[in-house]
Design a protein around this ligand. Structure first.
Ligand SMILES: Cc1cc2nc3c(=O)[nH]c(=O)nc-3n(C[C@H](O)[C@H](O)[C@H](O)COP(=O)(O)OP(=O)(O)OC[C@H]3O[C@@H](n4cnc5c(N)ncnc54)[C@H](O)[C@@H]3O)c2cc1C
Ligand code: FES
Ligand code: FES
Length: 500
């Protein structure tokens, strides 16, 4: 353990903005990147639409050293990113995009008439540019996925998608030497110690390794941990909360690992949704599809697995999936560590089994065994980039044709993500067919008394949860396929919802 002093010496925020060094002091630590860009830098090309990560008008690109001599670039919503989190990072705004004349995406947007009032245009241009740089633009669907977190109120999406599609034909620019030089510059700013920034009565710490984080949090258990800030950012922009003491864990590299051993995948708490998606999809395709519909790309580039669990949300998408998979959490407080079934972490609405000064280190997820079948499906009002009304995830284990173990987990049905104990009991020992699904669906009504809110009525939630169970049974019997909207049977009548 590093035995840090509880309050390392404070210094200014140092980062690179559109290629130039910046040293910033005197601004409240919870100043958003967007407010800084628009008010202090007068870079007003980056717009504010919603101030809650939902419209993409504020999209900028953030780059950081990838630890291997190169750069990792990602688009984020500047409206919910805090300025001190940019320490040791580089920010690129729309003003930089056209510095040498129209960039290919700007030219394509002009050519395809992809802008009318223009308010959303810088955000779309930045988002499509980021998708292009990261090799994510390959076909029409990929363009739609890249811009699912961007809203346009007047052009209609057709011309915007056409403009994005033009990039699929162009190889993204490569500047390996330039990237390496910037990566070196950023790594030198970031260093390996604890960054500390203080201004206007607020304090911000950013450790770089998990031991320093443990020391700091033990010394300051009243601090608020911030990872991707995709929840916490809104506490400031929408609820106007003041956050006097923050520990930013987004620079802690030890929390950003995805490792695998003996059929168990270990996701560090700081792994972003984007970084986790491929591995999750490899556990089961339904998890890949769930992640495709999890917020928009900018949120997935910042939000973390640990944040999605630790926030204790009853409508978070990952928790039901991971509970169904029998995941375990790794927690740490000072030197003390413990391992806990994820299902036991959620105690009641707003209350988790997390002690003062304790943080989530990782979540450990077993892969599916040969005799297990899995299903996960998200129901939301809008298909893309929306919070769930109901999230269902099921894992059934079979002994021959009979169900030997059932784990049915739901979000949106109670004050926490929760298993359906009675419905599970109704399934064990039976074949998984229509009758078994009906018995489990009836038992669900005893497991849950869901709420009515703006997302869905209690009746809708229950009926939907029951129908998802029926859907899984029909997939298993081969009466319908496994893809959304696919009601044809699988070839050979066998469900492909098998262990992946
Ligand atoms: C526009 C928008 C769309 C969204 N869509 C979805 C969606 O489709 N599905 C969904 O599930 N969620 C969605 N969210 C919610 C949010 O993006 C996720 O919950 C995200 O995973 C939170 O992670 P974060 O790293 O940003 O957390 P933060 O905002 O940094 O932190 C959230 C909470 O977790 C705590 N915390 C973070 N990391 C740790 C840790 N390692 N140990 C202990 N405590 C920790 C923080 O103290 C805080 O209380 C959306 C949010 C927005 C703004
Ligand atoms: S202003 Fe809407 S996402 Fe940032
Ligand atoms: S062009 Fe007006 S909002 Fe998109």
């Amino acid at each position: 353990m590093a035995n840090l002093p509880p309050s390392p010496a404070a210094g200014p925020i140092r980062f690179v903005l559109n290629g130039e060094d910046r040293v910033v002091d005197g601004l409240l630590p919870t100043t958003t990147l967007l407010d800084y860009l628009r008010r202090s830098e007068r870079l007003t090309g980056t717009k504010e639409g919603c101030a809650e990560g939902d419209c993409g008008a504020c999209t900028v690109i953030v780059a950081e050293a990838d630890g291997e001599g190169g750069l990792h670039r990602r688009s984020v919503n500047a409206c919910i990113q805090f300025l001190p989190a940019m320490n040791g990072r580089a920010v690129e705004t729309v003003e930089h995009l056209g510095r040498d004349g129209l960039n290919p995406i700007q030219a394509a947007m002009v050519e395809k008439h992809a802008s009318q009032c223009g308010f959303c245009t810088p955000g779309f241009a930045m988002q499509l540019h980021a998708g292009w740089l990261n090799g994510m633009i390959t076909d029409r669907q990929s363009v739609k996925d890249v811009v699912a977190g961007n809203l346009c109120r007047c052009t209609g999406y057709g011309p915007i998608v056409e403009a994005g599609l033009a990039l699929a034909q162009l190889p993204p620019p490569q500047d390996t030497a330039g990237d390496a030089a910037l990566a070196q510059r950023l790594a030198a700013i970031e260093g390996n110690g604890v960054f500390c920034y203080e201004a206007d009565g607020g304090r911000w710490f950013a450790p770089c390794n998990v031991d320093d984080l443990a020391d700091l949090y033990a010394a300051h258990p009243d601090a608020l941990l911030v990872a991707g800030a995709t929840d916490v950012g809104l506490w400031v922009t929408k609820q106007h909360r003041s956050l006097p003491l923050v520990i930013d864990i987004s620079h802690v590299r030890d929390l950003q690992v995805v490792e695998e051993a003996a059929g168990v995948v270990y996701f560090g708490a700081g792994v972003t949704h984007r970084a986790a998606t491929e591995t999750l999809a490899g556990i089961h395709p339904d998890l890949g599809e769930m992640m495709r519909r999890f917020a928009g790309a900018q949120i997935r580039n910042a939000g973390t697995i640990g944040g999605n669990i630790a926030n204790g949300s009853p409508i978070g998408d990952l928790a039901p999936c991971l509970i169904a998979l029998d995941a375990h959490l790794h927690l740490r407080r000072g030197e003390e560590t413990r391992r806990l079934p994820l299902a036991d972490f959620f105690l009641e609405y707003g209350k988790q089994d997390r002690r003062e000064g304790e943080f989530v280190v990782a979540v450990e997820v077993p892969r599916l065994a040969e005799d297990q079948r899995f299903f996960a499906h998200k129901i939301s009002k809008r298909f893309d980039s929306d919070i769930s009304a109901v999230m269902a995830a099921f894992r059934l284990s079979f002994d021959g044709a009979a169900i030997s173990d059932a784990r049915l987990a739901f979000g949106g049905m109670a004050g926490t993500p929760k298993r359906a104990a009675r419905a599970e009991a109704a399934l064990v020992g039976r074949r998984f067919d229509r009758e078994a699904a009906e018995a489990a669906a009836a038992a669900l009504a005893e497991d849950f008394t869901p709420l009515t809110d703006m997302r869905a009525s209690a009746r809708y939630r229950l009926a939907t949860a029951q129908n998802l169970l029926r859907r899984f049974a029909l997939q298993k019997t081969g009466e319908i396929g496994t893809k959304l909207g696919d009601i044809s049977p699988e070839p050979g009548g066998v469900s492909t919802g098998a262990a992946a």
